[in-house]
Design a protein around this ligand. Sequence first.
Ligand code: ADP
Ligand code: MG
Ligand code: ZN
Length: 472
Amino acid sequence: MSKNYEVVIGLEVHVQLNTKSKIFCSCPTSFGDEPNINTCPVCLGLPGALPVMNKEAVKKAVMFGKAVNAKINKISTFERKNYFYPDLPKGYQISQFVVPIVENGEIILDNGKKIGITRAHLEEDAGKNIHEGDVSKVDLNRAGTPLLEIVSEPDMRSSDEAIEYLKKLHAIVKYLGISDANMQEGSFRCDANVSVRPKGQKEFGTRVEIKNLNSFRFIKQAIEYEVERHIEAYEYDEYEDEVIQETRLFDTKSGETKSMRGKEESADYRYFPEPDLLPLEVPDEFFGIEIPELPNEKKKRYMEEYKLKEYDAGVLTAEPELAEFFEKMIELGVEPHAANRWLAIELLGRLNKAGINIKNSPVTPDKLSLIAIREKEAVISGAGGKKVLDLLMEEEIEVDAAIEKLGLKQVSDEGAIEKMVDEVLERNSDKVAEYKSGKEKLFGFFVGQVMKASKGKANPQIVNKILKEKLK
Ligand code: ADP
Ligand code: MG
Ligand code: ZN
């Protein structure tokens, strides 16, 4: 990217709240059911059916507001956003336009930069259109699922900043437990607004909106593609023609964005107050609601309490499941640095390679902790521990049984080791003489010989200790 230009990014994120029932009716919100069974007159948009606000959805929105240091409005309003689409049988979506429940929040990036959150508002999700060859079908199970739409300020200046913001937002939502935030299933979806301006220009460039991006990688690719397109347009003096305010779609196969439709303005939606709902009044008790420790705080605590490096603390706190796993290991008596090494490097490395999420890890915190403990006790070596872990990834087996099965138990019996040391020194009397006359580098050679004699099973600490005594 050229250094003569500045990128401006603002993100809109739709988070599906994990309430049991829909936002304005009592239909279940479960994913993957037979099409159109989770529906009723309200979410089908039948005439005369009346919406009733779901209190849990309000509570979850308030929790989010607290987590991002936002203002929570005691009174907010619902409006109808009118548009036609087959997956929207009412012909309008109930959303918050005039006064959202949450306003003026922020997310703080690792370098301290604050990204503003303009607003977060409650609304209902639409259904889904499914296109199969010549036929298109409509599934309304999703219609009426509660959404929290989180709109950022245009504060991000690179695709990396955008991804960092999104990952932080994703982690916060998961820590709060207000959404599964599963991107593949669409419970955490992002629209990216991108513009580019020549360095030094005060006004923003024309923004395009890229819709419905469902992985961090695609979001980054889409933004970068779009940025290049804008810069090229400037360079060829075609900016006015090529960059127009519009909605674009990202093609994951070609890695390109394509125009989908002209950008609609809010006036196009003919917003008006939802006549079937009173203004939303947040119950007083929600203002005092406690929220769990959030990733940024947890990371700071890990650095202070466990003396972990910033990078390691960042990895461990990126997902609540990972932090929980780590804390369980600490509870079981594993030292923080050992827990970090066994979890973040050894186990995560293996899980990533196998494409398994930590949630579904075949190795439990109990088992991983026991590996670390057996290493600490010098029952096994570090290398032995890795072999145990490899086996645990493949087989349902206890740690001690695995150590036995793989024959990894170290020899820590001092008498037995002393015997091996004596034999090695006797066989190498010439080298012993050299060592004693000052060639101290030979110490490693003796260690190696003893380890070899023990077939790698002697406890290296004890080997070292005995050798030192004998060679004095
Ligand atoms: P709409 O519903 O029209 O998309 P919103 O206000 O919901 O409008 O969202 C606008 C988003 O676009 C916000 O995230 C905002 O930060 C971002 N944005 C506005 N202007 C620009 C711009 N020039 N470049 C990049 N992003 C922008
Ligand atoms: Mg938008
Ligand atoms: Zn319903």
